[in-house]
Design a protein. Structure first.
Length: 338
């Protein structure tokens, strides 16, 4: 597995600047693509927002952003063992990478755990998976993981719920990582059901279904999130170099061309506090090259902003290594690794 850093230089730019330098985002994404990232963002070309034809499109709902449920980010990947194209690093190498030094809560070497033991035999899991068609790689990141009592117990409860939902026992191992600002769990699941058939999981379950199950478990442990904590989190999202709840609200409020009007006299401008947060976020997206001013309190937002923010989240945080997928395995771009 490649762990070297890819060095690259960037120059800040703006949408519509036709000078010699490309935008910051374009250069970041070009560097990531060179390292093997296969995102769909195309430098120099902006596609704009989803179709949201009709009245009331720009109404910002305060309850949507200030809901008290506990948020959990879930990322999932299905890895085929014998695919010809876009083949990932072997399972054994991936597990070795997850168990590297410095990622545990005490800064030591991490250890895989399973349903019943805190130190699962990862090598045995690899052997059992050898003849499988595929396996699943999940990253589960509760926003308030640092406040939770035991991420291992949370993971076991989540897998039990998954087994109920999917109607099968699961063969799995996991590890909790504490090497980033957001503690998270890497969960590996064999692609085989308990009857020996290939395990096929609905796309809808992998994304919103599993996320909602995880959020229910966190909310049951910690209770609803206080409004002052939600407000503080939203304030931090204004300057974040990743896809945020504010971005989702902005995307939903934009019209079919990506245009959004936040002038105070515009119908549906919404709650003043939410409008202030949205304007601050749009100004940040503008500086990142992901939005451009169309008038006073008006912007055009790129459809590819979510893909660009996902890549920026990897390269923007200094002093840590960030990996992006490549056909031959995992390559390092520079920054944070989950």
């Amino acid at each position: 597995m490649n762990s070297r850093d890819e060095d690259f230089n960037v120059r800040l730019g703006r949408v519509g600047d036709h000078g010699g330098g490309k935008s910051f985002v374009d250069q970041v994404l070009r560097a990531a693509k060179k390292a093997g990232y296969g995102g769909s963002y195309t430098a120099g070309r902006r596609r704009y927002g989803r179709s949201t034809f009709g009245r009331g499109r720009t109404a910002f709902g305060r309850s949507r952003l200030f809901a008290g449920h506990r948020r959990v980010v879930v990322k999932a990947r299905v890895v085929r063992h014998r695919a010809r194209a876009f083949r990932s690093a072997p399972l054994s190498a991936h597990i070795a990478y997850l168990g590297r030094d410095g990622v545990s809560r005490d800064g030591q070497k991490a250890h895989m755990f399973g349903a019943a033991e805190d130190r699962s035999y990862a090598a045995a899991f690899v052997r059992r998976s050898h003849d499988d068609r595929h396996h699943f790689r999940f990253i589960v990141a509760p926003e308030d993981a640092a406040e939770m009592t035991d991420l291992k117990a949370f993971t076991r409860d989540l897998v039990v719920q998954m087994e109920r939902d999917l109607g099968t026992r699961l063969d799995w191992v996991a590890v909790d990582h504490w090497n980033t600002d957001n503690p998270h769990i890497h969960l590996l699941v064999r692609g085989v059901a308990d009857d020996g058939s290939d395990l096929v999981i609905s796309r809808d379950y992998i994304s919103p279904g599993l996320r909602s199950r995880a959020e229910d478990l966190v909310s049951a442990e910690l209770g609803p999130k206080p409004e002052h904590e939600i407000r503080s989190a939203l304030e931090r999202e204004v300057e974040a170099e990743r896809w945020t709840r504010l971005d989702v609200a902005i995307r939903m409020a934009a019209d079919e061309t990506g245009f959004i009007d936040l002038r105070p006299d515009n119908p549906g401008a919404g709650d003043p506090e939410v409008r202030r947060l949205a304007i601050g976020r749009l100004q940040r997206l503008e500086r990142l090259g992901l939005a451009t001013v169309a008038g006073s309190a008006q912007w055009m937002v790129g459809l590819d902003a979510n893909a660009a923010c996902a890549t920026l989240a990897c390269v923007a945080i200094s002093s840590r290594s960030c990996t992006v997928p490549s056909p031959s395995g995992v390559r390092t771009v520079a920054s944070q690794t989950m």
